[in-house]
Design a binder for this molecule. Structure first.
Ligand SMILES: C[S@@+](CC[C@H](N)C(=O)[O-])C[C@H]1O[C@@H](n2cnc3c(N)ncnc32)[C@H](O)[C@@H]1O
Length: 234
């Protein structure tokens, strides 16, 4: 386990399931956990297979997803927002985990259907949860639909900074603390620091942790090298 403080960001190189029970309450949890085992396992095209071999973390089962969501709602004072497998969302309501809205991230530049024998997907599911009680967000009457292109990064499933900036701006307020227990290359952290939020990030792979550290340094004008480290070859 390694813990590093960079300005308003606290980063852990550790397993999220070891660290989360040791944290006090946070304001919100905004994250992109390992999911989508089914899509990856079914990959047929060369490009999709290369992506699968790049993703070497285990993906959540439905039971793990529901348990994680229940724990996250208990830990967060406000919102829990995360990308997830759509197949797992219905189970939340059955398990009594307070799902507020099922949202969509539409990716206009998403991969086409390489087999050409059916429509492509082009979107990812977003679970938006909140403990019982009064809620507020900064999105007014907006729909839970985000249209945003995929951006290439150092991490195989790096989320677009534009998407995370919008989530942080809409679901959290300045000065609040946001936790991302599966931070990968730290996109949530970069968005938090750019918008004046405090950030706690956890990542178990050292090479991704080092990229996140570089990006978070860079967001605060402190990076000492010009480009981020490269992830280890897989
Ligand atoms: C989908 S990726 C997150 C990518 C991130 N949103 C970004 O923009 O770079 C999920 C990350 O969770 C990490 N991870 C998986 N299981 C973990 C665990 N138990 N504790 C901490 N990190 C974990 C993986 O190594 C991976 O980097």
């Amino acid at each position: 386990m390694r813990k590093q403080q960079i300005g308003d960001a606290t980063l852990y190189l550790a397993d999220a399931f070891d660290i989360m029970p040791t944290l006090g309450q946070v304001d919100s949890i905004i994250t992109d956990p390992p999911y989508d085992a089914k899509t990856h396992a079914n990959a047929r095209s060369l490009k999709a297979r290369q992506l699968v071999s790049a993703i070497d973390f285990d993906c959540f089962t439905e039971e793990q997803f529901i348990e994680f969501c229940a724990n996250a709602v208990a830990l967060a004072r406000r919102w829990v927002v995360m990308s997830c497998a759509w197949q797992h969302v219905a189970g939340l309501e059955k398990a009594g985990v307070p799902l507020v809205r099922f949202g969509i991230w539409h990716k206009p530049n998403g991969a086409p259907q390489f087999t050409g024998d059916r429509p492509g997907t082009g979107w990812e599911a977003i679970a938006i949860l909140h403990r019982q009680g009064r809620k507020h967000w900064n999105g007014g009457g907006h729909h839970a639909v985000w249209v945003c292109n995929i951006e290439q990064g150092e991490h195989p499933t790096q989320k677009p900074l534009k998407l995370l900036l919008d989530w942080i701006a809409k679901f959290t307020d300045e000065g609040e603390t946001v936790l991302d227990p599966f931070m990968g290359s730290g996109t949530t952290g970069v968005a938090c620091l750019k918008l004046g939020r405090k950030f706690i990030g956890i990542e178990k792979r050292e090479d991704y942790f080092d990229i996140a550290r570089w990006r978070i340094d860079d967001a605060q004008g402190r990076a000492i090298s010009l480009s981020p480290p490269t992830p280890r070859s897989r």
